[in-house]
Design a protein around this ligand. Structure first.
Ligand code: C5P
Length: 340
């Protein structure tokens, strides 16, 4: 970012705006437990067109960082990853001679991604905030410092900082871009169905650790195979053709089913109505189905809403499930999430 000073001064006239995309895990292999208590993963992540919108404007010079959220409740504001990400960015920039000033920021978040759903919304907001705050301050950080700050905010945050489909390994800090998912002539579509139950990721990993409910290593094999294919080149048609094997390629499925037993018949009912393999994103509870196009996913969304209304799919939790069609983003943006 040469000439960041002059460009930054011009940019500060308006807010910095970022789109923070959702993700799904096409595969999720848990390959071991780490000494720090986290688990080592091998997972193919893809970003979606479904996105939150974040803007960061200069706050009152003598004030503190602030956050206003439109949309679903995200829980106590002080815990919100947006405010934590601003603080992490400020700490990483540091203070002292030669360091840019890091004045307070007023953040505004339009929340569209369901919260606590396995879609990475909070992590994506954090990555967008980290990147946006640095731009708002015309500050630069070495890649290693950005990665450290991202990892400190959550295991999924480094993926969102990188942008684009990727193989995610380690706790989440090893992100290898997979540039070979093709969106021609149209990007693949995905149907997202989010039951109205909260699933806490630590609970699912705790059950996993206690029961060792992982499979026989086949998920790891599927994950490695998909990563290889996505490196080499895969069309929407090829991706959808692999849906059955991908839908089973999540080592957390059994653990999430122990945490939320009602998810098992719900998933079965969804598969029956759609006649498609149904996968789970992350630790759930969001379930996904893959389609050649977003229009096909949209038609499937209508079918699910009708099935819920008729009782063919029984809602679980506090109400009807969230149902949304989205596109899988096939390549990295030149600058992730950045708005023109
Ligand atoms: O890093 P994050 O806050 O997203 O992780 C939430 C919880 O999920 C962690 O406290 C840990 O219990 C579990 N986890 C894990 N291994 C990972 C990622 C998350 O055990 N790679």
């Amino acid at each position: 970012m040469t000439g960041a000073g002059a460009a930054g001064a011009a940019r500060r006239l308006g807010p910095v705006v970022r789109l923070a995309p959702a993700k799904i895990n096409l595969t999720l292999a848990v390959v071991g437990r780490r000494p720090d208590g986290f688990h080592d993963l091998h997972s193919v992540f893809v970003p979606l067109s479904l996105a939150d919108r974040l803007s960061l404007a200069p706050g009152p010079p003598t004030g503190v960082d602030s956050l206003h959220v439109d949309g679903p409740d995200t829980g106590p504001r002080e815990d919100d990853l947006v405010l934590r990400a601003i603080a992490a960015a400020r700490a990483a920039v540091g203070t002292g001679p030669g360091r840019p000033a890091t004045p307070p920021l007023a953040a505004r978040l339009e929340k569209r991604i369901p919260v606590g759903a396995g879609l990475g919304g909070g992590s994506s907001d954090a990555a967008a905030t980290l990147d946006g705050a640095l731009e708002a301050w015309s500050a630069e950080l070495p890649a290693a410092a950005r990665l450290r700050a991202a990892t400190s905010l959550g295991s999924d945050v480094p993926f969102f900082l990188a942008g684009g489909p990727a193989l995610v390994e380690g706790r989440g800090e090893r992100v290898t871009p997979l540039a070979g998912l093709r969106g021609d002539p149209e990007p693949p579509g995905v149907l997202l169905v989010t039951p109205a139950v909260h699933v806490a990721t630590p609970d699912v990993f705790a059950v996993f650790a206690a029961t060792r409910t992982q499979g026989d290593g086949s998920v790891r094999t599927t994950s490695a195979h998909l990563a290889e294919e996505l490196r080499a080149g895969l069309s929407a048609r090829d991706l959808v053709a692999r849906a059955a094997v991908l839908a089973a390629a999540n080592d957390l499925l059994a653990s999430t089913a122990l945490v939320v037993p009602a998810l098992v018949p719900f998933r079965r009912a969804l598969a029956r109505v759609l006649g498609r393999p149904i996968g789970m994103s992350g630790s759930g509870p969001t379930l996904w189905a893959l389609y050649r196009t977003v229009a096909d996913a949209d038609a499937a969304a209508d079918a699910v809403r009708a099935a819920v209304a008729e009782g063919a799919i029984e809602a679980l939790g506090d109400g009807p499930p969230g149902v949304a069609a989205s596109a899988i983003l096939t390549g990295p943006a030149s600058t992730p999430g950045r708005q023109p």
